[in-house]
Design a binder for this molecule. Sequence first.
Ligand code: GRF
Length: 187
Amino acid sequence: MLRIAVLISGGGSNLKSLIESQDNNYYKIDVVIADRKCGGLNIAENAGIKAVLIDRKLYKDELFKKIDEELSNIDLVVLAGFLSIVDSNFIAKWANKIINIHPSLLPKFGGKGMYGIHVHEAVIANKEKESGCTVHYVTDTIDGGDIIMQARVEVKEDDTPEILQKRVLVEEHKLLPATVKKLSQAV
Ligand code: GRF
């Protein structure tokens, strides 16, 4: 059983999908950490999971040192809509133990500035026929670590970025728990 920490910055719908799939022998969410006040903290608390706010504006350069202090006996750190750029000391310490979900088919539409609705705007502007989501290892190259799993969706002619975002999100909610389960079977 993998003991995981989930790092969030937003609404926490991917966190919710991890909680809903937690009823198994694959993984257990030990702690949820947010770098800002956000809806995902309430989702964790309502599920009876330890929820910690470590405000990025308060801790600045110490943010990842503080986060690290919350991670005892953790096997895997899952970034689920976490918006702070991960510090390289933290990445080195947790090498191959941090994963992230990104709402595009990496290596396309990743990197700096490619988050949230911007990703889907770029996919549509580029007239892509398909998009999707990717779970990958976190390295010092933003969205550039090895890909673990992907899911694909069609991009329809009359899609708006918001409609496409919703379609991709449905797949994210299946892909993230599936990836954590897969990794738990590899240890
Ligand atoms: C998701 O699209 C995820 O891929 C991206 O940020 C969004 C987070 O959504 N990294 P939520 O907070 O899980 O609802």
